[in-house]
Design a protein around this ligand. Sequence first.
Ligand code: FAD
Ligand code: FES
Ligand code: MG
Length: 275
Amino acid sequence: MYRIIEKKTLNDTVELMVVHAPFIARKCEPGQFVMLRVEEGGERIPLTIADYDRVNQTVSIIYQVVGYTTRKLAAKAAGDTVSDLAGPLGRPADIHPGKKRILGIGGGVGAAPLYPQLRKWQETGAEVDVILGGRGREFVILENDFRTFCSQVYVATNDGSAGVQGFVTDVLNRLLAEGNSYDEVIAIGPLPMMKAVVGITKPLGIPTGVSLNPIMIDGTGMCGGCRVTVGGEIRFACVDGPDFDGLLVDFDECIRRQGMYKDMEAHICQIGTGA
Ligand code: FAD
Ligand code: FES
Ligand code: MG
């Protein structure tokens, strides 16, 4: 059992939980994730470790309430427990001193996994800028947290309620047109967003890291559920990723595979709500 120490609402559908998990907090690195089970017998879901505190032995998860299990998780309060938290899983993000300027791009809840990675890049001595995007103001999360270490924080919203009106890719295009250059771009968000970012960076040869979120079942490389194709080769996101070289990822295949269980998920969600 893992105790929930703190719970915070970040917007209508996104929440943050701080969970007491001494072993994971001691070993985890940016880019890694946990497999969480809300209660005995329930399904396991992968969630990125959004932050960790080695002294207080806690990890933070930030999750969007999208279906049956995240709804069950959202029903928990500080002081309650979740039955399983397995991790840290996946490979840590490849972050090393030597790069001068990094641009992070976070779409919606993708800002959560981006946060620990950019903070670590800044700790290596790199200058770090970030573009945060969302449908509207309330979907842009962690803006103030990024401001504590990023040199520039740009915001783009579809409805123009915060920052500029448009997509994160509009801001990226503008920054590149203004002559900014980056040693690496890290894009984390919905697959179409990451695909669109790579559509801009690939022709310019800008190294671009992405974090893939295929359906994961065991999270340990055994079921094959999280298969992705990178550079023409099969990779398993839970053990070979979830971070990959975005310039080599077959995004169209990822998008097709992610929608495979949509009807079943909607059905389970209806059963869960009694609808
Ligand atoms: P469902 O109704 O079951 O599914 C809704 C959608 O969630 C699906 O269409 C699918 O796209 C996705 N999904 C469902 N089951 C899985 C599964 N077993 N594995 C992967 N995706 C699934 N979400 C966050 O909000 N915050 C995070 O930090 C985060 N980190 C992730 C890290 C990794 C490595 C991966 C693979 C996914 C991550 N996700 C994250 C997505 C999260 O796992 C799903 O939103 C969650 O499983 C939905 O469960 P559900 O039962 O509430 O919804
Ligand atoms: Fe089973 Fe990756 S989740 S192989
Ligand atoms: Mg589910």
